[in-house]
Design a protein around this ligand. Sequence first.
Ligand SMILES: *Cc1c(COP(=O)(O)O)cnc(C)c1O
Length: 389
Amino acid sequence: MEIKYNDKLGKLPPYLFIEIDRKKKEAIERGADIISLGVGDPDMPTPEHIIKAGQDALAKPANHQYPFGSGMLSFRKAVAGWYKSRFNVDLNPENEVCALIGSKEGIGHIHLALINPGDVVLIPEPGYPVYNTGTIFTDGEPYFMPLLEKNGFLPDLDAIPSDILKRAKLIFVNYPNNPTAAVAPKEFYVKLVAFAKKNNIIVAHDSAYSEVYYDENEKPVSFLEIEGAKDVGVEFHSLSKTYNMTGWRLGWVCGNKEVVQAVAKVKDNYDSGVFQAVQEAGITALTSSQDCVEKIRKIYKERRDALCDGLNQIGWNVTKPKATFYVWAKIPKGYTSSQIVGKLLDECAIVCTPGNGLGKSGEGYVRFALTVDVPRIKEALNRISKIKW
Ligand SMILES: *Cc1c(COP(=O)(O)O)cnc(C)c1O
């Protein structure tokens, strides 16, 4: 049988990592000792007390049945409590919070609730690919906003043409940012809320890295802290990066109740929510002492310093990120991002991500994920220092 696929599958951007994957496999076959700084997936385990809560919840028969689409009220209350203590933002757990099967799930599905064919979706580039995936699947039209160093890696909202603004329905924003590691100042969100109001565009703020910061005095803010934010948008959040829980699949969307309820409606019809045992583990994560998060931050900070100081010592020119576990490194002159990634893989058995793989404005950079320990980072630096340029 010849299968004719949905045309939209063919519209998904080409998978730029195929060539890297091929080279990586070859290197492994050669017996190379690969150091993987590519994928943004924490290498450390979920904290013990969260695992224990999940184990206990697993044994409860009530959790073996279908969950409720938008999540257990107890989970949504835990989210609201965490928002209050972390950001001083009030959320009504009844209708302003919806649990997600990881925030990627909601980020990919929100389009189904909001986008009609031809609606424009404003998307940062380089950026998380899922903002565009959902756009393609709903026949929306992506408009890419470049994130450039000269603008502090913030989108230039004033540069968006007015005919695009007229048709735009949704804007994605993500700070602390993957891949540039930039943090947005509060003034940016103030501007964003005014922009959204003026142009009648819904804001979707992806805040997956809000807890991976390095300076206690410069904690990332929530978009929802801004006056009027709840009128114009929602914030996506995740337990994945904060508590090393990527495999558990747990996140949430919160903020504007109409948007939250629209996402919940899609979910009621698509999936049946998050496994309740996982939600119970999430409640423990959000309501217990946050010392484990502080410990995780400390470890990333050591790794960040080791990698950035090391690269700068051998002639690179990298800035230490204030948040996220990524280093967005400007590459040595005379090479493209792909060439550097190829060179690091061939000559050093180091895997990293080419900046242009995440959007064309990422050319000239590579992204290193701080997902190996300090001795491995030192080994990576040792290998890089031996490259002949
Ligand atoms: C990791 C990540 C997410 C969240 O992933 P989930 O595991 O699905 O919650 C969301 N946005 C960005 C930019 C990420 O890097």
